[in-house]
Write a protein that binds this ligand. Sequence first.
Ligand code: IVH
Length: 703
Amino acid sequence: MTTKTDQKFQLNVQRLHDELHYHNHRYYVLDDPEIPDSEYDKLLRELQAIEAQHPELLRPDSPSQRVGAPPISEFTQVTHLLPMLSLSNAFNEGEVLAFEKRLLERLNSTTPKDDELDEAEQGLLQNKITELEYAVEPKLDGLAVSLLYEDGILVQGATRGDGETGENITENVRTINSIPLKLTGENIPQTLEVRGEVYMPKASFEALNKKARDKGEKTFVNPRNAAAGSMRQLDSRITASRNLAMYCYATGRMAGALGEEIPPPEKHSDALQQLADWGFRICPDSKVVKGAKGCLAYFAEIGAKRDELSYDIDGVVFKVNSLDLQQQLGFVSRAPRWAIAHKFPAQEEMTLLKEVEFQVGRTGALTPVARLEPVFVGGVTVTNATLHNMDEIARKDVRVGDTVIVRRAGDVIPEVARIVPSKRPDNTIQIVMPSECPVCESAVVQLEGEAVSRCTGGLICPAQQKQAIKHFASRKALDIDGLGDKLVEQLFDENLIKNISDLFSLKFDDLIKLERMGDKSAENLIASLEASKKPTLARFIYALGIREVGETTAKSLSNHYGSLDAIKHTDEESLKEVNDVGPIVANHVVSFFQETYNNEVIEALLAAGIDPILPAKVDIQDLPLDGNTYVITGTLSLMGRSEAKAQLEALGAKVSGSVSKNTTALFAGEKAGSKLTKAESLGVEVLNEEALIKLIKNHSTDA
Ligand code: IVH
């Protein structure tokens, strides 16, 4: 017999389920939260309290079940209703073109017997297919998971296993917030299998590894291993503590109440939309393209933004969009004929560390560089890789003679990621920091509190001189077109330049004598040197290469002082009042301008006609955002946080690291966390990135 109170609790549980499912979906699937975290937690605690008092009301699809369950002793095996397939691979353009050619040949040559064709099909046969439509998606680098729903409720999660049977990881799957425990929307099949990739967002992976490092524990090699390791936990409470996510990319079996098969929509892209409507998270970077050409363009597009994506990928997947054509094409062994993975070149390879040399940077820092047995990584041959610094060498226990894993991600310098301990020979050699600079033989010192050792030679060190010139010419500095690193080396080694001011006395006749220098290039270089003579003051200060003065600080100095002379004659006390400048930077700036040599070079530059454009003179109090304090949180997608900060500060605003009642507004990017909650609880205005850009635009006269 149910009493009135029981009924009340039941209704309450239902309401809390509905609300929590709804807000969970808004937050984790749509990335568009409606209520602050604190409010969500309150609802969850309310539900947990009722469930503790009335265990009979605890249901497997309860939102409280995401925190993990007591450990199990082993994973059981489950059989997939439809097998989980794999994909064949293409590694270059030719293989993608061949894939499409195969498809077209196959589709156009299937000639069923005439009497099996109705009229429409006869017509189709004459209209040969010449172009195919593809659904194209990032190839997520995580682990494949199959979800099973009965009557819209998640009842099972399984690994791929051998494709036929996998491991039952239901408890672990339940802890992933972007996996719905209960589906929404219409026409949900009674039995529904959904496939997708469970992965660890890059930011969560970094945070997890940082935590492990801080505690002296073992780190994960990459986000895929971290995701796989987290899903293999017998204790799902550990899985719950890892920030995992899932993108769904296919359906498996779909059946109605009588076990009848439910036909999927016409296109794969529609099937994805249907999954989204039911509450699943689908990858926002997927799209539909035409022909192999469209596929290749997509490969290039995703390749270009690979580093900016919040998740790791190892390629893209092309799928024939029409499910009807998919069916006609069928499978070969375990892989569909209608899909292919176009993989990026491998980013990690194994090779031998032959020797370590120390490179001297612009500020004298000595960087250990590994000389390697040449190896093809990420599409290029790599012979050198950075070892970062001595602390990293110690942490990874790298020695000369080791077999190492070289990693090359995007455009960054290749690095020695780790060694292969089982391949270590007996005669490896310890790596030691030299006591003398390998270039100028000045003493090498390591200052207290610094990870790096430095050459004390300063500007008598040719290595530091060369780096200073390269920096001066670089894109964010004077941006001298045609003056790349190689040419700087050449000019320096031929004694044509000793410092940055010498660049402006280069003559056509000097240049033309250089190896591999034609008339046209020499002329162009002279012209671009001439064109670089009017940098903004901020760029000019940055180009001087004062230690710790990056672009943002250079901008602040320029805005604050308004002229080179004013910066030259300031003192540390005044400098510390500049946005972004602390005691260390202040000291570097003052020391820089105390050096006679630096002043001589600056004089020579000015004499050569360099004429920095001064910032428009402004009184701080006249700045449009004077008196306003902002906080920026979360990930901005269109500009970096430090850039946003610099721009707001240039308009007179203060940018603070924490929200208080004095905060004018909080700009919240993606994945905003506790600051957002705090702002909301204090009633501080919360604005998005669009509003931030608008604010900056509306107030800026010139950037
Ligand atoms: S479709 C019918 N789509 O790649 C083909 N797979 O070798 C079934 N993967 O283990 C797979 N991203 O986990 C498909 N957008 C995507 C994918 C994807 C990653 C993984 C999948 C599977 C492997 C296929």
